[in-house]
Design a protein around this ligand. Structure first.
Ligand code: V4E
Length: 281
């Protein structure tokens, strides 16, 4: 049986910033004292959503990662499915229509020893993303049924629940990943098999750490990106965005309209065009 990373079905919070990898990135990493992490074999990610893209539109990402199993990425803070969705695929009962999603109570505010300032402190905008990660069949099924408003989950695995829940594949690609650690920050250099590469600086914090730990992780992740010459305010499209823009344009457009995917600019498309061999002379 496949297992997720340590923590199994717990739900760590991933604080992550994507950046472009340039010819100087490796040198900059070693100059920062990066320590190499064990080699990760290439892995295939398969993503799934229901017709109407209710998961993606709620910023919820279901995937199967080769060697690790099922994973759900959810925004930190509870997602709410968009109204009027989704339509199940195969004339099954429609358990997830009009789903009402129960929000988890907000975290208690940090104790304050000083009166609040008259205006909130302004933090420069950042492209750091913060997602909760749920791993493993049981945890993913629990979240999926809650999100889709299904009263019971009689399935023994996510795989068995795909058809009844109307979940269909949206993307599939292989990533080659090199990982290093810079202090507490993990840096991953990814190359996807459809000709797109990027870097990610990330830190995992536990839910118990609360807002303060998330904020501290965000600063460290931004610091590493700055030291690598990247601008923490710049949003770099992820692998899934680029894959969907190229291979699933209607689904990509839906999610772009919902503000859930980054814009894949000409630049990425040009990278793709360069890879296509020209006609023989
Ligand atoms: C969270 C998300 C999507 C799912 C893919 O997540 P991502 O972190 O890009 O995948 P990957 O392979 O790097 O996973 P890891 O191994 O680090 O867990 S697709 C879109 N989102 C939301 C999102 C966003 N809107 N903007 C940015 C910059 N990133 C993610």
């Amino acid at each position: 049986m496949e297992t997720g990373p340590p923590g199994g079905e717990g739900a760590p919070i991933e604080v992550e910033l994507k950046f472009r990898v340039g010819p100087d990135t490796a040198t900059a990493l070693w100059a920062l004292g990066a320590v190499g992490l064990p080699h990760t074999p290439p892995f295939r990610d398969c993503y799934f959503d229901v017709p109407g893209a209710a998961l993606g539109r709620a910023d919820v990402w279901l995937r199967h990662r080769q060697g690790q199993g099922w994973q759900l990425k959810l925004p930190h803070g509870d997602p709410r499915l968009p109204h009027g969705d989704p339509e199940p695929a195969h004339g099954d009962p429609q358990p997830h229509r009009n789903a009402e999603i129960t929000r988890t109570p907000p975290e208690p505010a940090e104790p304050r020893s000083h009166p609040p300032p008259t205006s909130p402190p302004s933090r420069p905008p950042s492209a750091v993303t913060i997602y909760r990660e749920v791993w493993g069949d049981a945890g993913v099924l629990r979240e999926l049924t809650r999100l889709l408003g299904v009263p019971s989950a009689p399935w023994g695995s996510v795989r068995a629940a795909l058809a009844p829940l109307g979940l269909r594949p949206t993307a599939s690609f292989v990533t080659r990943r090199r990982s290093v650690r810079v202090g507490r920050v993990k840096v991953e250099l990814d190359e996807a098999d459809f000709g797109y590469g990027l870097g990610e600086a990330e830190e995992e914090v536990t839910a118990e750490g609360g807002a303060r730990e998330v904020e501290e992780a965000r600063k460290r992740v931004e610091g590493v990106c700055r030291a690598l010459g990247a601008e923490p305010r710049q949003r770099i499209p992820g692998k899934l965005s680029v894959f969907l823009a190229r291979h699933q344009p209607r689904y990509y457009k839906l999610l772009r309209e919902a503000g859930r995917l980054e814009e894949v600019e000409k630049e990425e498309e040009e990278e793709k065009e360069e890879e296509v061999p020209g006609p023989t002379q």
